[in-house]
Write a protein of this length. Structure first.
Length: 372
């Protein structure tokens, strides 16, 4: 009986995977509204090739993207790297008609929005403003549009690096797996800020009861990744090229270890960028820019600490962002400065990468993959 149930579940899972299509969304620094800024491709889940579906103009520097749970709506950081500007924009994606339609935009009240996340209820959009150094919170309407900002939290303090940390630089925002907290790495202040979050309140972020993790001075925390087991979290530190592993229980954290990324070209500003964990929780990946231009691969051990597996070339220059497909079969990296999009096939047992296909796109800064 048990074997029959397992077989049925496997068949259902296989049917669902074939019924869905895998789409890849690219954001960019297009610098001009007359040129394409957001691109949508379909991923062939057998050979890893990308086929263009649609693209969007009339949007400026859509540098970072996120999608609703059902893939029906796309949200972008817009007007980035633009003086006295900064906004978030919403779009409706129609896979059947191969269209991406602009819905609306809202000001972030902070310059250079660099990251945005949707909470798990889909009611709230939270953006991190890098240059303006603040967090902005927006309600989301059922039709996918963004309502005006309801909370804006600015920060000022810096840290010890005179070139990179004269002031706060909030780089990203992440919802905890239980949706009850936001973790926000601040590169300028060497902090990961933590805020209680309640999706049912008019102002969901509780700034009065916030806390923070203090990272090593001068390290520059950039992004954060929660492990699927919800017990561990990992911070990539851009300036020093280090990964800090934490045990997590609610908002309480404990440092497990800090790992220095192996390097052949050691510099004062390492340029580490993205950090992601494979869907099965076995491997952790980080991208490194600067003189490195590679992806470091780690095995996640039973106690949450890391063991280096390998470091592989990103096959381009400045791998700012990458994404792992929901199946874990593919990793797609955007080498922004060389315009090389590389689709790697992941070895599910070893974590290693093998090139499957490539694509030329200018100034791509963000990759998101969604099964719809």
């Amino acid at each position: 009986m048990k074997k029959t149930i397992l077989l049925l579940l496997a068949l259902i899972s296989t049917f669902i995977s074939f019924a869905q299509n895998s789409y890849v969304f690219f954001g960019s620094y297009n610098t001009d509204k007359s040129t394409e800024g957001i691109f949508v491709y379909q991923l062939d889940t057998i050979n890893g090739k990308l086929s263009k579906i649609t693209s969007v103009k009339d949007v400026l520097n859509p540098s970072y993207l996120t999608l609703s749970n059902d893939g029906q709506f796309l949200y972008a950081c817009t007007d980035t790297r633009t003086a006295n500007a900064g906004s978030v924009s919403s779009f409706k994606f129609d896979a059947k008609n191969k269209s991406l339609i602009f819905l609306n935009s809202q000001n972030t009240n902070g310059e250079n929005p660099a990251y945005l996340s949707l909470d798990y209820t889909g009611k709230w959009l939270v953006a991190a403003n890098y240059t303006g150094s603040s967090i902005s919170v927006f309600p989301i309407v059922k039709d996918g549009k963004i309502n005006p900002i309801t909370q804006h939290l600015p920060f000022t303090e810096g840290s010890i690096n005179p070139d990179r940390q004269k002031s706060s630089h909030v780089h990203s925002v992440f919802f905890s797996p239980d949706n009850n907290y936001i973790f926000s790495p601040d590169l300028g202040a060497d902090k990961i800020r933590i805020f209680p979050f309640n999706a049912n309140k008019k102002e969901p972020l509780d700034s009065k009861n916030s806390s923070f993790i203090k990272s090593t001075p001068g390290s520059g925390p950039r992004h954060f990744a929660f492990h699927p087991n919800k017990k561990w979290g990992y911070s990539i530190e851009e300036i020093t090229g280090t990964i800090s592993a934490y045990s997590i229980k609610k908002e309480k954290t404990n440092l497990l270890e800090t790992t220095k990324i192996e390097s052949k070209n050691e510099t004062k500003d390492f340029g580490s960028a993205e950090i992601l964990i494979s869907p099965d929780g076995k491997f952790l990946y980080v991208s490194n820019r600067g003189l490195e231009n590679n992806i470091s691969i780690y095995n996640i051990k039973k106690d949450g600490t890391l063991k280096n597996v390998d470091t592989q070339s990103s096959l381009g220059i400045h791998p700012r962002n990458f994404a792992i497909s929901p199946s874990g079969k593919f990793l797609i990296v955007a080498n922004m400065n060389s315009g090389d999009i590389i689709v790697f096939k992941r070895n599910l047992k070893t974590g290693l990468l093998e090139k499957a296909s490539d694509l030329k796109l200018k100034n791509i800064s963000c990759v998101k993959i969604k099964n719809i």
